[in-house]
Design a protein around this ligand. Sequence first.
Ligand SMILES: [Fe+2]
Ligand SMILES: [Fe+2]
Length: 326
Amino acid sequence: MELPVGSRKEVMSYLEPFMVNEMADYLKPVEEMWQPADFLPDASKETFFDEVRDLQGNAKELSYDLMAVLVGDTITEEALPTYESWLTMVNDVSRSEQGGWMKWVRAWTAEENRHGDLLNKYLYLTGRINMRAMEASTQYLIQDGFDIGTGYDPYRNFIYTSFQELATNVSHRRVAMLAKNSGDKQLSKMCGVIAADEARHAKAYKAFISKAFEVDANEVMLAFEDMMRKKIVMPAHFLREMGTNIGQTFGHFTDAAQRLGVYTALDYVDILKDLLADWKIDSVQDLDGAGEKAREYLLALPNRLARIAERIKVPQMEYKFSWIIG
Ligand SMILES: [Fe+2]
Ligand SMILES: [Fe+2]
């Protein structure tokens, strides 16, 4: 096989047909897809108020931290305009509307859009949320954007999205479990189907990077090293509430997530291990000196991070979020 090594542009045009042809493996047709309405009380039915009463009864049992995590997750999902516009700015891809890249971005966005929609409607119905405060945080986050250190590099972007989709899969899955333990089967189902979407998306981005490794190993390895040296920041790292500074609420949100075990420093390590194994980092060929050094750094990283993670102390004190009533 003639390898299109040379530039990012050549690699990306080599990957483009793969995106179009194999997209169906990672994204589902609308006709087969769940929609938020499948999981929410139907306001056109007489049973609506009874269903809302049930929903509120179950939601009452959810812990304060869990409510905080749900709101933070919802705001993160609802900042989708930031992620979509960032993906369309990636360099070295064809911006033809019918090309593989643009088709992928639109279809991915269309799937993701359901996540915030479902969670937002659910939270509204619980009666436990100060919706105005939450909506203000969402507006702030979209306005503030993010700074994730990928630049416009397609490799760094796909490494970031591979990591991030795995992280959201873990956190939605854990919230589903906690909701179930608290007796809220409906919320558990909602978070479960969202988590399943995230898992498919993770597979897609991981596959893009695997393909890129086949043809441009050294450059992908260096990009991976660079992203891990900078650390993968969460997309909502600028999260704030009305009356606070940019990013000031984010730490409180992640503290709640750590207290619950929804997403912890050890999950970060596990995701890194997953990526190292998936991309077969230990056996990648065709590396130069810098590439070998990058590999060495990456392979040693999980143990280093695990030792640091063990020492992390999560504050026990609960912060009072403006989003939650009571
Ligand atoms: Fe999502
Ligand atoms: Fe996602």
